[in-house]
Design a protein around this ligand. Structure first.
Ligand SMILES: [Zn+2]
Length: 446
């Protein structure tokens, strides 16, 4: 008789059609059968104890690897943190070192294949007008998304972004845009600098809401004109949500993300955390934050990604005296699921099904990983997370696995935790501790 490699029983499965009690079996890394009961005994069995089993989360915006900043994060520590937090796939974003030539891309793929615990895809970036010529060669390597900035330090003007989108469309790719208008940022930065300000709020004041609104307004018509899929990184404002709602009504091929830090913090938290909350775009108001949750619940914002970009304590602390010297970014990949379970599901802002859509199915669909990833169905990769909805804990940096020793969520009480993380049928983490083979991860060509 046929023996599955692994059978998970006594679960509440989050399937596309809803949550159902049942069990599933796994063979050769894929989900082979889903049933209410009666599946054949497997080589290994897991009793999920009536807990939720959902697809592994997919974080499409992480900065895991830059050969010049390996003291902040690398594939090994970043992917271990991800697995411990129930994230089974990431799409890795370039940080500072340009990663848009075939040579540079091949190098990152090689490092990831060697060091990543979880499966990963890559975005090319940060694109420049000169780099448009590489798009088709890079696409042939399995890269279908291209990151651009409308602002410094990787500024590309709107005309060039339009050209890039035309070419990205021809390879059926996605243009991934950091949308803050450069002119607004330059004016406001000059104003703030002119006032001699170096305090922690100065960074946020130099990046006002209007910067996002103006950039989104200018980018949307480019997607209409070229027909190129457009993904907006880290939306932070109510205005941004309104523009997206309009664009979607008009059926533009546009999708958007926000990040946990914009869903949790506001400008006011800078008083307490100062440079540790130096992020770009800057934090906004509680009104904006409420609009983001509402937009997520209604599908106006499609997904949550973390923009995981840790800096060391030292690189942050200099910012108390001079915010301009502090590194930009926060860690987030390991805390993504507990935060969404707590602030989204437990607080009634999102249904569990909607959260799974936001963290699993939608990111896979937008970035061409679906249905291999992001869904529990027969034939899909067996990337699964067991979730204990009742488990309460307190977030503490010393229990997290990213390379640096702090988290902006220190001391936050959470309810709902990933307890078992499975990738292609292999158990990678149990109760926040990694048990899997460190070289398990594979490059996901798209
Ligand atoms: Zn980023």
């Amino acid at each position: 008789m046929h023996v599955p490699d692994l059978v998970i029983r006594n679960t509440r499965l989050v399937l596309p059609e809803g949550i159902v009690r049942g069990e599933l079996s796994i063979e050769e890394g894929r989900i082979s059968e889903i049933a209410v009961s009666g599946l054949a005994k497997g080589d290994r069995e897991i009793d999920a104890k009536d807990n939720i089993v959902m697809p592994g989360a997919i974080d499409v915006h992480v900065h895991f690897y830059d050969r010049n900043f390996l003291h902040r994060e690398d594939f090994r520590s970043g992917s271990i943190a991800a697995a411990a937090g129930g994230v089974t796939s990431v799409v890795v974003m370039p940080l500072d070192t340009p990663t848009f030539t075939p040579r540079a891309i091949k190098n990152v793929i090689r490092v990831g294949q060697k060091d990543s615990l979880i499966d990963f895809a890559l975005h090319a970036g940060n694109m420049t007008a000169d780099s448009i010529k590489y798009v088709s060669k890079v696409a042939a390597l399995g890269i279908k998304s291209f990151k651009v900035f409308t602002c410094a330090p990787y500024y590309m003007d709107y005309k060039a972004i339009g050209e890039l989108m035309g070419v990205v469309k021809s390879v059926d790719g996605v243009t991934f845009v950091h949308a803050e208008d450069d002119e607004v940022l330059r004016d406001q930065t000059q104003r703030v600098l002119h006032e001699g300000r170096k305090d922690p709020f100065a960074h946020s004041d130099a990046r006002p809401s209007e910067a996002e609104g103006k950039a989104v307004q200018k980018i949307l018509p480019l997607s209409r004109r070229t027909g190129c899929r457009l993904h907006l990184a880290h939306i932070t404002t109510r205005k941004g949500c309104e523009l997206l709602r309009e664009a979607k009504k008009k059926r533009l091929p546009v999708t958007a993300e926000t990040c946990p830090h914009y869903l949790i913090f506001t400008r006011d938290d800078i008083t307490r955390l100062g440079p540790f909350l130096k992020v770009s775009p800057g934090l906004k108001t509680s009104e904006d934050r409420a609009a983001l949750w509402d937009a997520l619940a209604k599908g106006v914002i499609d997904i949550v990604a973390t923009d995981h970009a840790p800096g060391t304590r030292k690189e942050k602390e200099v910012g108390w005296k001079d915010i301009w010297k502090a590194q930009i970014g926060v860690p987030g990949v390991e805390t993504l699921l507990p935060i969404m379970l707590t602030e989204g599901v437990a607080k009634g802002r999102l249904t569990l099904e909607r959260m799974v859509d936001i963290l699993c199915a939608k990111p896979a669909q937008i970035f061409d990983l679906y249905p291999r990833k992001g869904v529990i169905r027969e034939g899909s990769d067996a990337d699964l997370v067991v979730i204990d909805l009742k488990k309460k804990t307190t977030i503490m940096a010393r229990e997290l696995h990213h390379k640096i020793d702090w988290t902006p969520y220190e001391g936050m009480r959470v309810k709902g935790m990933p307890t078992i993380t499975i990738s292609r049928g292999i158990v990678l983490a149990e109760d926040g501790e990694v048990v899997g083979e460190p070289t398990h991860g594979q490059f996901l060509a798209r």
